[in-house]
Each structure stands twice: as C-alpha cells, then as structure tokens.
Design a protein around this ligand. Sequence first.
Ligand SMILES: Cc1cc2nc3c(=O)[nH]c(=O)nc-3n(C[C@H](O)[C@H](O)[C@H](O)COP(=O)(O)OP(=O)(O)OC[C@H]3O[C@@H](n4cnc5c(N)ncnc54)[C@H](O)[C@@H]3O)c2cc1C
Length: 384
Amino acid sequence: MNRMDFSLTREQELLKKLARQFAEEELEPVAEEVDREHVFPAENFKKMADIGLTGIGIPKEYGGSGGGTLEKVIAVSEFGKKCMASASILSIHLIAPQAILKYGNEEQKQKYLPRLTKGGELGAFALTEPNAGSDAGAVKTTAILDPKTNEYVLNGTKCFISGGSRAGVLVVFVLTEPKKGLKGMSAIIVERGTPGFSIGKIESKMGIAGSETAELIFEDCRVPVTNLLGKEGKGFKIAMQALDGARIGVGAQAIGISEGAIDLSVKYVNERIQFGKPIANLQGIQWYIADMATKTAAARALVEFAAYLEDAGKPFTKESAMCKLNASENARFVTNLALQIHGGYGYMKDYPLERMYRDAKITEIYEGTSEIHKVVIAREVMKR
Ligand SMILES: Cc1cc2nc3c(=O)[nH]c(=O)nc-3n(C[C@H](O)[C@H](O)[C@H](O)COP(=O)(O)OP(=O)(O)OC[C@H]3O[C@@H](n4cnc5c(N)ncnc54)[C@H](O)[C@@H]3O)c2cc1C
C-alpha cells in the first residue's frame, strides 16, 4: 500500500465483506449467550477456519489464506463490532501460527501450520506466569534437556492463557538455561495431550467470557527437542517480537468494539424519544457522537499505519505500542459514552452495551498493560 493510499485492494474489500457477513450471521446471534454462559464458541471457530479466517497472514502453501497484518486488522475489527470475545479469540489465535511462520524451521511449518489454519485447531501463546506478568523476564517454568532421550522436560505453571484449555498447538516460553535468566529463555511448541501437560483453573472474568482463559500446568512434561522454536536462548526476543504484532491485533479489537458501539448509539439516538423528539436532536448527544466518531477514526488510522509498517517490513515497535495504547483507551471512552447515551437501558443486559463496556476493558490490560506501553513508547521516542 502506498503510504498515502488509504483505499483497500479488491481482495481486502472482499475479505472485509466476508468477515462482516460472518460477524453478522454467525457471531452476533450468539454473542449474548456466549457472554452469559461463559462458553467458548467452538462451532464458530471451526467455521472461521472453514472460510480461511484462522489462516490470515499465513501463506497458502501452509494452509493459510495469505495477506498480512492489515488483513488481520480488517477481520478482527469486523468481529469486534459484533462480538468482542470472538475478535479476541481470532486475534490471539493468530499469534502462534505467526510465530511458527517467522521462527519455525520447514519441518515445523509443514507440521503445525496446516493444523492451525484450515485444520481448525486453536493456537495459544503462553508467556505469563503468576509472578511474571509485565515483568515477562521473570518466567520460572523450566525446560531442561534430557540428553538420553533428546527431550525437554518442562516443569512450571502458566496463568491467564487465552484459549490455553482449547488449543491444539501452544507456543510456550520456558527457561532452557535457568541460570542465564532472560538469556536462557526459549520458545517451545507444546501439543495438547502431551503427557505431563494439564489444564488448571479456568478463570471467571469480567468480560470476553467466551475466550477461555486458563492456567497451564507442566509436570515432567516431555517434549521432543525438535519442538524448539528458533534457537535456544532467543525466547525473550521471540516473545517481544510476537507481542509487537499481537498488539496491532488488540488495537483492531479496540477499534472494532468502538465502531460497533457507535453504530448502536447512532441507531438508538434516532429511535429514543424524550421531550417529544429523538434525543439525536440534542446538541449534547451530538457532541458525544462527534467525539466518539473522531477519536475512533484517529485510532483506526494509527492501527492501520502500524499494520502498514509491519507489512512493509519496517520497524513498528513504537507504532504498535502507540496504536494499542490509544485504541484501547478510546474503546473504554467510547463504550462508556455509548452506554451513557443509552441511559438506563444501556445498563440492562437486554442491550449489548453493558457487555461491550465490560469487554472493552481487557484491551487496556492484555498483551501488555497501558503503563507498559508507555514505557515502550517513551523508550522508543527518547532513543538517542
Ligand atoms: C483475559 C486475559 C487474557 C490473557 N491472555 C494471555 C495470553 O494468552 N498469554 C499470555 O502470556 N498472557 C496473557 N494474559 C496476561 C496479561 O498479558 C497480563 O495480565 C498483563 O501483561 C499484566 O500482567 P499482570 O496481570 O501480572 O499485572 P502486573 O504486571 O502485576 O501489573 C500490575 C500493575 O502494575 C503496573 N506496572 C507493572 N510494571 C510497571 C512498570 N514497569 N511501569 C509502570 N507500571 C507498571 C501494570 O501496568 C498494572 O497496572 C492475559 C490476561 C488476561 C487478563
């Protein structure tokens, strides 16, 4: 894409149409139930795979549907308008195949990518531990090589892992040389069902209830040495680079939910009559809508710019942090005003606004909190 050309290609327009239709026909009708019942929408994930959305950014030779980060932004933001949990599921799923594509050897790509794309298996990215959140370098899970069997033996616990309880293929960050700390961190591919790997607590959350968030327990879990992703000791770099890309996905979730909240608000203000007229006639309401629309358009522009940089192979750490910070704060601002515009009805579970208000909050926390993004941005801006 030329930097000043904001138009979508024909393929991107088609993708947008496909994702929008899928969101309207498959995601929206079950969004309320998914939230109420805290149920992972497994059927819908399978359908996403059938129409190629779980393979965005992965070349066709590995079962993917091609495209890059802008395509991810298009699909995830369309989902976010109708069902934030599904936007989150798709966005976070894509981290594992992206990491395998970037750091995996040919054998790993052939083995895992078709499963994670058209095969319909969910991917997960397991970095966080009870004492390693923002301080990701404090990971304690170990993977010690057993030279007799050529297997890594994993021991430790991961927490808050999106889709961890459902995933077929997980990229797990471990210490292969614990004494070296950060420099001893490596990324290892773990398959569901590997003996010694079990699922612990499933979290009960404020929002994105359909995205199962799980504790993962490794007790003498043996994984072949061939599952090492990239080189030993490069795990922290792999994790940070994967998060740079993933943050654009969170930005896309945030602009999607903001745009969805604006659509609902515009409809509502034209229907709701108070003082004998639609509340759309009130200037106070118009100013709310103007602020919501302006800030969301700006958030989208920054998310798409970060996507453009990643797709063009240019440095994008700063822009990815900026777009996530800005879009997530905006999602909280917009869903709050949208709920306000809906008055008492907005507070009721009969309307989707209270769910969207709860769902939006996660974008300020996962894949790095807002505070951590400010640390990253300041570091990049103040670089000498
Ligand atoms: C629903 C959900 C899904 C998640 N999914 C995944 C997943 O799939 N994979 C995964 O690996 N992790 C996942 N996470 C973990 C998530 O990335 C962490 O929760 C997040 O990075 C924050 O870590 P923490 O919760 O330990 O908070 P802490 O790091 O303990 O932070 C507490 C507070 O201190 C602030 N703080 C910490 N350090 C600094 C600093 N240097 N400067 C200023 N302020 C600071 C934080 O911003 C925050 O406000 C998920 C979390 C949630 C809630």
